[in-house]
Design a protein. Sequence first.
Length: 148
Amino acid sequence: MERFAASTDPATLEREASELPPGSEGLVLVPYWNSVLGPYWDVAASGIVVGWRGHHRPVHLYRAILEGIAFEQRLNISGVEAALGRSVESLVAVGGGARSDLWCQTIADVTGKPVVRSSTTEAAALGAGILAATAAGLHPTSPVPRGR
């Protein structure tokens, strides 16, 4: 009997990937699906998966995807910290990924930063609304005088 099912059900993948050790048992992924933006800006870059062995299943690939993206996040955070001249103290998880304990823990482990879940699931829409309200002078902290 296989240790892990060949399921692609998100809940099953999440549970089984949580049981794998970090490193996806040697499976490594570089997540450049459609080129790469910062910090390399290379339109010809492509993603790779390295280390496939006979024991790897979809759950290993799932965890490798999470880990590959987490390492890219760490690279980008390092760039932001260098540009700011100070350390980023914590990260805020938003959207669907914020519901995943494994995803949040993987990001925290790889970046060395605590991950806090946003209380708002649709933070992008909320942020757009705050920006619009600020630009219209309707937000209390808006630098634009109200009524303009």
